[in-house]
Design a protein around this ligand. Structure first.
Ligand SMILES: [Zn+2]
Length: 112
């Protein structure tokens, strides 16, 4: 039997706007059962593109992507080490970083 590689699946889910919040995206780590909600960054064409960039900035290597349904896409990684809760996230714009301290993305928040 051929070797089948274990991979890590992230789901990028569209969250509809509510009375309290605009359209957002939820990035779900199915491996560690963790998720993070991000503001939609319209400099990226799609939520899939935004999710891939966020994970890459966080240091999670992305090796594939796929479409799940009208509200969800999938991102595939071969990284199993880094949990979403270990990633430094800006307390203002939710940008991910491998660094700590001042956020160079929004210029307002800091990485926690
Ligand atoms: Zn920021």
């Amino acid at each position: 039997m051929e070797y089948t590689k274990n991979l890590r699946i992230f789901v990028v889910r569209y969250l509809a706007a509510t009375h309290h919040a605009p359209f957002r995206i939820k990035l779900i780590d199915t491996r560690f059962d963790k998720s993070i909600i991000l503001h939609r960054d319209y400099s990226k064409d799609t939520i899939l593109e935004q999710g891939i960039e966020w994970l890459t900035n966080a240091g999670i290597n992305v090796i594939g992507k796929g479409h799940l349904n009208s509200k969800e896409d999938v991102i595939i990684s071969d990284n199993f080490d880094l949990s979403l809760s270990d990633i430094a996230v800006c307390n203002y714009c939710k940008n991910a970083s491998k660094e700590t301290g001042f956020c160079e993305n929004c210029g307002i928040g800091t990485y926690d």
